[in-house]
Design a protein around this ligand. Structure first.
Ligand SMILES: [Zn+2]
Length: 227
């Protein structure tokens, strides 16, 4: 793996290490948020809800703002971009095989299983990472979960695994960050700009990138292409 991924990874790992995973490490001292910038920590419940339900309308994403000054998202975007660069991604859809570049020291195995109670999980075994995905999920939902789990591999985060989505439980900042990493990596800015037809959200875009509709909605907002 090129050092570009390692550098971005280590920077993100160090940033996240100063928090327990439930809150943004910058919480309470972020100048971007204090100045009214869009804040993932304050919006995490909203983002989690938007991404975890299957039917959201594009209008529901109207509160997603540009994220240029959010340190957490800058780092996540940088890791996503360096991973895409290392894998040589140039076309949509982004290949799921990118998982193999997530850790240069340890192979990543992906297994599709008849999971009953969760959509995905990641385990760190002695000699491999194992990502489990639910066979019953739609292909593009499974891809989203896969990329979410790749985030955990990248940041070497297996302390709170498997990922749990318990109703009414407090929303974990790192879990939402993993979702946003998946969004960045599955719908890279340059490919989104290349394929955007100038008409806001379209199901065709979601099918082109092989992702749930919500992922395109959130990325259009972040990039400033939503109408
Ligand atoms: Zn997770």
């Amino acid at each position: 793996m090129s050092t570009i991924v390692e550098t971005a990874r280590v920077e993100l790992q160090n940033f996240l290490r100063t928090s327990d995973g439930m809150r943004c490490p910058e919480w309470g001292r972020c100048e971007w948020a204090a100045g009214g910038g869009w804040c993932l920590e304050s919006s995490k419940v909203y983002v989690e809800r938007l991404l975890s339900i299957l039917m959201s309308t594009p209008e529901e994403f109207a509160s997603i703002g540009p994220v240029t000054g959010c340190r957490a998202l800058q780092l996540v975007e940088s890791v996503a971009e360096s991973l895409l660069e290392t894998a040589g991604v140039q076309h949509a859809p982004v290949s799921s095989l990118i998982a193999k570049y997530a850790d240069e020291h340890c192979p990543v195995e992906v297994r599709v299983l008849p999971l009953m109670r969760r959509r995905g999980a990641v385990w760190r075994l002695k000699d491999a990472w194992v990502i489990q995905l639910r066979a019953a999920d739609l292909f593009y939902v499974r891809r989203f979960i896969l990329f979410h789990e790749i985030f955990h591999v990248l940041v070497d985060d297996y302390s709170c695994l498997p990922c749990r989505r318990v109703i009414n439980a407090p929303v974990s900042f790192n879990e939402v960050l993993a979702d946003l990493f998946a969004s960045y990596a599955l719908v890279p800015t340059d490919l989104l700009e290349r394929h955007w037809q100038g008409a806001g959200f379209s199901h065709l875009l979601a099918r082109l990138f092989d992702v749930p509709d919500q992922v395109v909605c959130i990325r259009l907002r972040q990039v400033g292409l939503a109408l």
